[in-house]
Design a protein around this ligand. Structure first.
Ligand SMILES: CC(C)(COP(=O)(O)OP(=O)(O)OC[C@H]1O[C@@H](n2cnc3c(N)ncnc32)[C@H](O)[C@@H]1OP(=O)(O)O)[C@@H](O)C(=O)NCCC(=O)NCCS
Length: 144
């Protein structure tokens, strides 16, 4: 059974967030990092569980009208099945309108860029050496 729900600082599944994030990124965030991020005003997440196990989540911040996507990830075993799309779709439904939604992504992260383009995000500019020397970031945006 698929369960998608919004969480905040009080309801976040911290251990699961840290575990799935660790499987998806080389730089992992621990439970304290997630808690610190969720203490910032306007920060929420969308969790996707399948049969009660966390398979992915998106963390975003909308303090006023504009939104920043802080991170999104899907468990490697659950990728390319539409789960990332479900997360973005649900997040967009929860955002207050009107405003703009921004994110940063490596141009080398083809799967992520494709996912954002599918949801009408466009590249506004490139931040040179953003992640490290030789690794730029696209700044992508869409109206909400
Ligand atoms: C980027 C990421 C979140 C995408 O998640 P995902 O669950 O694979 O996303 P989706 O399945 O919705 O879409 C990806 C592709 O999978 C394929 N796909 C989607 N549903 C499918 C299905 N039912 N059957 C077969 N293939 C499918 C499609 O090719 C799709 O691309 P398309 O929408 O352009 O056709 C995931 O790859 C990830 O966690 N990456 C590591 C962390 C990361 O880099 N995060 C982004 C940081 S900016």
């Amino acid at each position: 059974m698929v369960d998608i729900y919004r969480f905040d600082i009080d309801t976040a599944p911290y251990a699961d967030l840290a575990r799935v994030h660790d499987l998806c990124f080389t730089e992992s965030w621990d439970e304290d990092t997630f808690e610190a991020m969720l203490t910032v005003y306007g920060t929420f997440g969308i969790a996707l569980k399948i049969d009660q196990a966390l398979q992915g989540f998106v963390l975003y911040r909308q303090p006023f009208d504009d939104t920043e996507i802080l991170t999104i990830c899907v468990h490697p075993n659950a990728e390319k099945k539409g789960n990332g799309s479900l997360l973005v779709q649900h997040m967009l439904q929860h955002l207050k309108k009107p405003g703009k939604c921004f994110l940063e992504v490596s141009p080398k992260n083809i799967d992520a860029v494709k996912l954002y383009e599918k949801f009408k995000f466009t590249t506004m500019n490139t931040r040179k050496d953003y992640y490290e020397k030789g690794l730029d970031a696209y700044v992508m945006m869409r109206e909400i």
